[in-house]
Design a protein around this ligand. Structure first.
Ligand SMILES: Nc1ncnc2c1ncn2[C@@H]1O[C@H](COP(=O)(O)OP(=O)(O)OP(=O)(O)O)[C@@H](O)[C@H]1O
Ligand SMILES: [Mg+2]
Length: 414
């Protein structure tokens, strides 16, 4: 089946909705052709709280991207985040069907299904990803692709990522009301990883953490694949809020101060630097040492990094990620964050911006666009196709069928 030439990614974040339209040439290179961005007010901590506002923001972002590239788009890959996301290990086992004991595609499909069923998510949860970690053929571990091998017993070690059915259905509903179909949903750090990680980092073992406005989503990759994920309900909004309260100024002013003069640690602000802070309402502006601002930011950054560190340690994979941590998301632009994170997390940390793209590469050259760019790369590289295709055929009665059935019921009931 020839793959689609036009690729679409939609990142519905807590601060912005970002749509990217890309084209893939015959060599598989991905050119960013259009990008649209709209402020997002309909989400809290990565979860939709206002359907209409979110739908409008999606429409605005998509229209801008369409206008920029001249393509009309009808379906999209969508990033998902939120504290309801969870991941777990699962193992499927089947007997090889063919009498000559050669393993075929159908055995692999059956063992995937067995791994999916073995995990049995609760009735109110849906499987977003079923990621193969490796196969075991007659007790032989570490097989990457068993098709064509001989064996009697085929096992699959899988990582299963699930989310709350209703929260995922709300996202689907907003996208559809904005006039698009959802091709596939992709976990935020899985998408971001596509845009920022090198193959060498993936093979060595690495963590990606996307620190956005309302969420910080962590993914740990070992032997090329995702082995652990968690979404924490903290992000740049908390820093902005602390500044607004601490300096008694409006959120918009706090946001500006953070981006212009902010830094992760107070030693980064030299003595004697001054900043002007607008007062609320008709109060006069104040002039304060920049260090005041940074001293407000530092403890919150410390807290967020502490939460990330606890998750990395708790995962049990801390010793297996020699390539360290790559930070993405808008908050990764905070001055000095990589240094502070290297210190607090105790692993080498760098900031990741989208790589391996052409076209409007400059427009999306920021860690804030890692997720949206990662979505089109995820699609271009055919990462999730097999599972999604089977789901679309209805063989597994996957989340897509159930989410749409749920939606149809909900829409009829309105
Ligand atoms: N230069 C900067 N310095 C510090 N923080 C910044 C800077 N630029 C943007 N941010 C912060 O980045 C955050 C937005 O990041 P991003 O665009 O990744 O969020 P999002 O994807 O909309 O949210 P989420 O993924 O949490 O749902 C905001 O809190 C914003 O204040
Ligand atoms: Mg985000």
């Amino acid at each position: 089946m020839p793959r689609k030439r036009v690729l679409v990614g939609l990142d519905i974040g807590t601060t912005k909705v970002c749509a990217i339209v890309a084209e893939r040439d015959e060599d598989g290179e991905v050119h960013i052709a259009g990008m649209g961005r709209a402020p997002s007010v309909g989400l809290k901590r990565g979860v939709v709280t206002d359907l209409d506002a979110t739908t409008r923001a999606i429409q605005e972002a998509i229209e801008k991207a369409e206008r920029m590239c001249g393509h009309e788009v009808s379906s999209t890959f969508v990033a998902v985040s939120g504290q309801h996301i969870a991941s777990q290990n699962s193992r499927g086992v089947v007997a090889v069907a063919r009498s000559d004991r050669q393993i075929g595609e159908s055995d692999v499909a059956r063992v995937k299904e067995a791994a999916r069923i073995a995990a049995i998510p609760a009735a109110d949860r849906e499987v977003i990803h079923l990621l193969s970690r490796h196969f075991v053929v007659d007790g032989q571990e570490g097989v990457r692709n068993p098709v064509g091998m001989f064996g009697t017993r085929l096992e699959m070690e899988a990582q299963i990522v699930t989310g709350a059915t209703t929260l995922l259905a709300n996202v689907v509903k907003c996208v559809r009301e904005a006039g698009l179909e959802v091709d596939e949903m992709v976990l935020e750090p899985l998408a971001s990883a596509e845009a920022v990680l090198s193959a060498a980092e993936r093979d060595l073992g690495v963590a990606v953490c996307d620190i956005g406005g309302g969420t910080s989503s962590l993914g740990i990759f070992i032997d090329g694949g995702l082995v652990h994920t968690v979404v924490l309900p903290v992000g740049g909004h908390h820093i902005t809020n602390d500044i607004a309260v601490g300096l008694r100024t409006a959120a918009a002013e706090a946001e500006k101060l953070k981006a212009r003069y902010g830094a992760a640690a107070s030693y980064m602000a030299s003595e004697g630097e001054l900043v002007e802070v607008l007062g609320v309402g008709d109060r006069d502006p104040k002039v304060l040492p920049r260090r005041f601002l940074v001293e407000i930011i530092e403890p919150r950054v410390d807290e967020i990094l502490g939460m990330i560190r606890a998750q990395v340690r708790g995962s049990g994979y801390q010793q297996r990620i020699p390539a360290g941590m790559v930070l993405t998301g808008g908050t990764a632009q905070l001055r000095g964050l990589a240094e502070m994170a290297t210190d607090r997390l105790g692993i080498p940390t760098r900031i990741g911006s989208p790589e391996n793209i052409s076209g409007l590469a400059d427009t999306v050259n920021s860690p804030a666009y890692a997720t949206a760019v990662g979505l089109v790369l995820y699609e271009a590289r055919g990462r999730g196709e097999a599972f999604a295709a089977r789901d679309r055929d209805g063989a597994g009665g996957g989340w897509w069928q159930r989410a749409t059935a749920w939606l149809r019921g909900a829409l009829q009931g309105e």
